[in-house]
Ligand binder design. Structure first.
Ligand SMILES: [Zn+2]
Ligand SMILES: [Zn+2]
Length: 326
């Protein structure tokens, strides 16, 4: 049954939905990442992402409409364009850094190495951290609370579920070009999965509450819960016998996704909300202050800005050597 507590949790989850709608699309993520690492021309994006031409063209168009990228002519006759990030697009850098951080924490391996990026000011290979703008301490999923002050919810909620089909990208292309992205895209490239995770972070843990909060069809919800349990992001706990009922809880691996969500919320408040003050107020329980999440370098602890980062390119895996003939 819905109650005030559930409604409050739903409201919390609502704040991030708009950002998810824009950003959490497998193809959009892939294109953004490619542009971050310096692929700007259509032909290069085609090769780098392994996407079908028509899909790439439609997603680029959509990203231009969102205001994430813009076209710039680089040649006159014939006119040719490349794609650049707008300020809004460039601001997703923090989100991208936090995705890479999670990959490094949980999935870095010799077989699928995660990008090595260096921080120009300190000259070191680094991993991004998420810190509190007030006390400078690391922020984790357990020590942030949200409040809403007197601000009203902004605008009409986005229509969810309209364009949530998963984009088709040959996984073999990803295997070759960007093995590390394959896992992240399982999560961040699927808006429903991210919706479920953000609802879980807001304290929603029962099937019927997820259904209410997300207005999600039961079969889709079952699929996403199973998938997130399979990925080790959520775990099931039995809370009732006869009938058998289970609730869903965030695991340690899931908690490590929290900085990505915080950065998405920060981005959403800056770029998609009616006024910068209308977003949720984040309070860091460690220092007790309102704060903004800041991406910092784990080597020198200074804030990271895009121009100071030298992004690594996908590490080449050792080529399979043919067995020598007898
Ligand atoms: Zn703090
Ligand atoms: Zn540094």
């Amino acid at each position: 049954m819905r109650n005030i507590e559930t409604a409050k949790k739903e409201q919390e989850a609502e704040y991030i939905w708009r950002a998810i709608d824009v950003v959490c699309d497998r193809s959009v993520n892939l294109i953004m990442h490619s542009i971050f690492v310096g692929q700007r021309r259509f032909a290069d994006l085609l090769k780098y992402t392994g996407m079908a031409r028509s899909l790439l063209a439609s997603r680029i168009k959509r990203m231009e409409e969102f205001g994430l990228i813009f076209r710039r002519p680089y040649q006159d006759k014939p006119v040719r364009y490349d794609y650049r990030l707008t300020d809004m697009g460039r601001d997703l850098f923090d989100v991208s850094m936090m995705i890479v951080r999670w990959e490094k924490l949980w999935h870095d391996s010799a077989r699928n190495p995660v990008l090595r990026s260096s921080h120009k000011p300190c000259g070191k290979i680094f991993t991004a951290e998420c810190r509190c703008s007030r006390c400078g301490e690391i922020v984790t999923g357990q020590d942030v609370t949200f409040s809403y002050g007197t601000s009203k919810r902004r605008g009409a909620p986005v229509q969810r579920g309209s364009d949530f089909r998963r984009s088709k990208i040959k996984s073999s292309s990803l295997e070759t070009m960007m093995p590390m992205l394959e896992r992240s895209m399982e999560i961040w490239g699927d808006a429903w999965s991210v919706n479920v995770i953000s609802a879980a972070f807001c304290g929603i843990d029962r099937f019927s509450d997820f259904e209410d909060a997300l207005e999600i069809a039961p079969n889709i919800l079952t699929d996403r819960l199973n998938r997130l349990v399979g990925l080790g992001i959520l775990e099931r706990r039995k809370y009732q016998e006869r009938p058998d009922r289970k609730s869903y809880h965030i695991t340690k691996k899931g908690y490590d996704l929290y900085p990505v969500l915080l950065m998405l919320m920060k981005w959403e408040a800056k770029w998609l909300s009616a006024s910068p003050k209308s977003g949720p107020i984040m309070t860091h329980s460690v220092c007790g202050h309102r704060f903004t999440p800041i991406a910092t370098c784990d080597q020198c602890h200074e804030p990271i800005v895009g121009r100071d980062v030298k992004l690594g390119t996908p590490a080449k895996r050792a080529r399979k050597t043919r067995a020598s003939r007898p």
